[in-house]
Ligand binder design. Structure first.
Ligand code: ADP
Length: 734
């Protein structure tokens, strides 16, 4: 704690520091350093702010000499914990500049679990002792002894786990069957052991692992691990993780996953490999567990974290490798708050701090492919599946020739294939990326289309719950018997299929089969997802009807047939990435088939069998598809060859939103290589009574799109009636 206090050159009577607070506005404030307190950048402190006390971080900025000493308030206290690393502080500054938000807003991501700063008092816990002879046994006591182990648990935890009252636990402790001890509720994580032997690698895997180990030893750079589904990318990148942990005893490693549902099986795999459970970090982890991870990442003792994108903002001391699994996944882009992209931030962080980044995918994003081709990233390939598994046989079914009867969705050849699969005792996956029963509900009498109130979004029927749901706003209502428009009774009819409706068709056609739906509605918690995935993996489910929630990374050994119920669905709409995404998701879904000994088969039902996405999937010529996509993006200067930023204006007063949009349109600055289009009403123009107008800015790679937007926005004064959101590198255009 002997580092110099941050003081300006200018002579000042009172030592002062700049403290950044985790708030959306403000750029940090000066505070006075009280006598006897040594402060340096990175120190976590509490400071007064108006009537409150707020936790912030001493920032390495010079303080502001124009604020007179007399106006300064004093730092209240410094937390006795390690400092936030200088690299993290400069990363916070950089993210704020890139995404055009305040530094305080980014710091808020870092301080999300800052309860980890507080000293938590030791707890009393109970663990198994030797059973005293003559112990009176009751079913309740037996339950507690069954739940207890060598690890101390609080009386409350133990009582909850065994379904008894805390009194039973205390009674057992008094009788000597449990021993009481104090324990740290945030214990350090057991150290991962990189030297345990991993699985024996196939020669191609070994070669790829060697390249990744070299990257780690080199200490920087980004490498794409480009391997077909089932090639064993995980085994390979775990070697890079091992190399990083081995290289430096204080190294910390982060593995990012796009989906919470993937985390649980993955944690087990890591535990097997490294002999210790890694920490996990995502929104569904309890706040107590998050506190522990945060605290132990800050003190450096937590060395291996598996997490969602927000784990990038943990208070890392010595982050030495980040692996981004399924790097192409759009779920890495944050859709509210700070609209950052987890993969892009991992790469940017690696480049700035100087650690290697591994991006893994079977269907890399065009951004990544372009970076590989430009020589900015390295690439290692795994071209075949591990072991005896081969890639599935792919076919496109021309639905113009095989249209199914009205209100059914499975064409005859696909249905036959399902029948054969079931006869062989195998499983089928029917993929349709539409939640619920029917995407649209229309009145047969008056033609009214049911929409959410004050919104331009359709209501989706969910038959399991008997409700109409808006997937944009979350609004829902019981499905009415009477059309709200014309009063017709029982005239509201479902239009088109969702997963529930396809499941209904499957149950009717194969009454003996066990049919289940996998979508975010049927698996709301990671536990529920795990249960369904386990049942699928064990072969208990015959037909799974699934949205893209089931497309990712899972292994179902008995699954040999995948049917893309509506392979064209993703191609509609004006999204820049429509073809790329459709290609990715269909390859990922297809990749679930035949991952074991039995060969797999994929049937894509399509009304556009000659679309380049379908042709690429069937021929397996991914590189040709990427080549064509890249060429067409380059032609029009779109990402990854150009840059985009969206500006979204929104507000409840339509006139004000329109007026501000017009005013901004009048003053679009002139700049070389940058164009701005708009305003245009957003595709969902009205959402919950809020009106939305959009601009799109397109720039060449070399131009400074942030400076352009900042300059533009500053020329029209904002008002509280109209919210302005800038989405840098947008993925959503609604
Ligand atoms: P990917 O992520 O490339 O789709 P996975 O890493 O999930 O593939 O591997 C596919 C399957 O093959 C998994 O069940 C995995 O355990 C198994 N596997 C891959 N490589 C090996 C290996 N070297 N030894 C044993 N099993 C392996």
């Amino acid at each position: 704690m002997s580092e110099a206090v941050v003081i300006d050159d200018a002579p000042q009577a009172t030592p002062r520091v700049k403290v950044l607070l985790p708030m959306p506005v403000g750029n940090g404030y000066d505070y006075q350093v009280p006598d006897g307190l040594d402060l340096a950048p990175g120190d976590f402190v509490t400071v007064p702010l108006g009537p409150r006390e707020v936790t912030g971080v001493v920032w390495p900025d010079p303080s502001d000499p124009s604020v007179p000493d007399a106006k300064l308030k004093a730092v209240v206290k410094r937390f006795d914990v390690p400092r936030l690393a200088p690299e993290m502080m400069s990363f916070v500054d950089w993210v704020a500049g890139y995404y055009m938000v305040s530094r305080g807003a980014v710091l808020r991501l870092v301080l999300r679990s800052s309860q980890g700063l507080e000293e938590v008092r030791a707890r009393t816990g109970y663990r198994l002792a030797d059973l005293p002879s003559g112990l009176r046994m009751t079913p309740q006591r037996a339950a507690v002894l069954g739940a207890a182990s060598d690890q101390a648990l609080t009386a409350k935890d133990l009582a909850e786990r065994s379904g008894v009252t805390e009194g039973v636990v205390r009674g057992l402790a008094d009788a000597g069957a449990l021993s009481a001890m104090t324990f740290d509720p945030d214990p350090p994580f057991p150290a991962p052991q990189p030297d345990l032997p991993g699985r024996a690698l196939a020669p191609s895997q070994d070669e790829a692992a060697g390249a990744l180990r070299d990257l780690v030893l080199q200490g920087g750079g980004t490498m794409l691990l480009d391997g077909v589904t089932g090639s064993g990318k995980t085994e390979v990148y775990l070697e890079a993780v091992a190399a990083a942990l081995r290289k430096d005893p204080s190294a910390q490693v982060l593995v990012l996953l796009p989906e919470i549902a993937l985390t649980l099986p993955f944690l087990k795999r890591l535990e097997e490999r490294f002999g210790a459970p890694p920490a996990h970090w995502h929104s569904d982890v309890s706040s107590a567990q998050r506190r522990r991870v945060w605290k132990r990442v800050l003190d450096g003792s937590c060395r291996l974290v598996v997490g969602a994108r927000s784990a990038l903002f943990l208070p890392w001391q010595n982050l030495s490798l980040v692996v981004v699994d399924e790097e192409h996944d759009a779920a890495y882009k944050q859709q509210d708050g700070i609209l950052y992209h987890g993969r892009d931030m991992a790469v940017a962080m690696g480049a700035r701090i100087g650690f290697p980044v591994v991006l893994a995918s079977a269907t890399p994003s065009l951004e990544t492919v372009a970076n590989v081709e430009a020589g900015r990233y390295g690439r290692v390939r795994l071209e075949s599946r591990y072991g005896p598994a081969v890639l599935p046989d792919m076919a496109v079914l021309d639905m113009r020739k095989h249209a199914p009867p009205t209100n059914t969705w499975l064409a005859e050849p696909a249905a036959q294939a399902i029948t054969e699969t079931l006869k062989d005792g195998k499983q089928a996956l029917l993929y349709l990326n539409r939640r619920g029963y029917a995407p649209v509900t229309i009145c047969r009498r008056c033609g009214e289309r049911m929409t959410a109130p004050d919104s331009d979004t359709w209501l989706v029927e969910h038959r399991y719950t008997g409700r109409l749901v808006c997937h944009q706003t979350g609004f829902s209502m019981p499905k009415p018997k009477i059309c709200p428009h014309c009063g017709g009774e029982d005239t509201l009819a479902p239009c088109g299929p969702g997963v529930e409706r396809v499941a209904e068709e499957a149950r009717a056609r194969w009454p003996d089969a066990n049919v289940e739906v996998f979508s975010s509605d049927t698996v709301e918690t990671p536990g529920a997802a795990k249960e369904l995935l386990t049942r699928m993996a064990s072969g208990e489910i015959d037909i799974m009807v699934a949205t893209q929630a089931a497309a990712k990374g899972h292994n179902f050994p008995g699954l040999t047939l995948v049917v893309g119920v509506d392979a064209d669905l993703g191609l509609a709409g004006g999204d820049l990435r429509a073809a790329e995404r459709t290609y990715q998701v269909l390859s990922q879904v297809s990749g679930r088939a035949g991952r074991s000994v039995d060969a797999g088969r994929v049937i894509l039902q399509s009304y556009q069998p000659d679309h380049r996405v379908n042709l690429a999937l069937v021929s397996g010529d991914r590189d040709a598809f990427f080549g064509a996509e890249l060429w067409s993006r380059e032609e029009i200067g779109m990402p990854p060859f150009g840059r985009l930023a969206a500006l979204i204006l929104s507000g409840k007063d339509e006139r004000k939103v329109t007026a501000e949009a017009r005013a901004l349109a009048q003053v679009i600055p002139q700049a070389d290589g940058i164009e701005a289009w708009g305003p245009a009403p957003a595709p969902f123009y009205r959402l919950r009574g809020v009106f939305r107008q959009r601009f799109l800015v397109k720039a060449t790679k070399r131009s400074n799109i942030q400076a352009f937007v900042a300059d533009w926005l500053s020329s029209v004064k904002g008002t509280s009636a109209v919210r302005r959101v800038v989405d840098v590198d947008p993925y959503s255009f609604v």
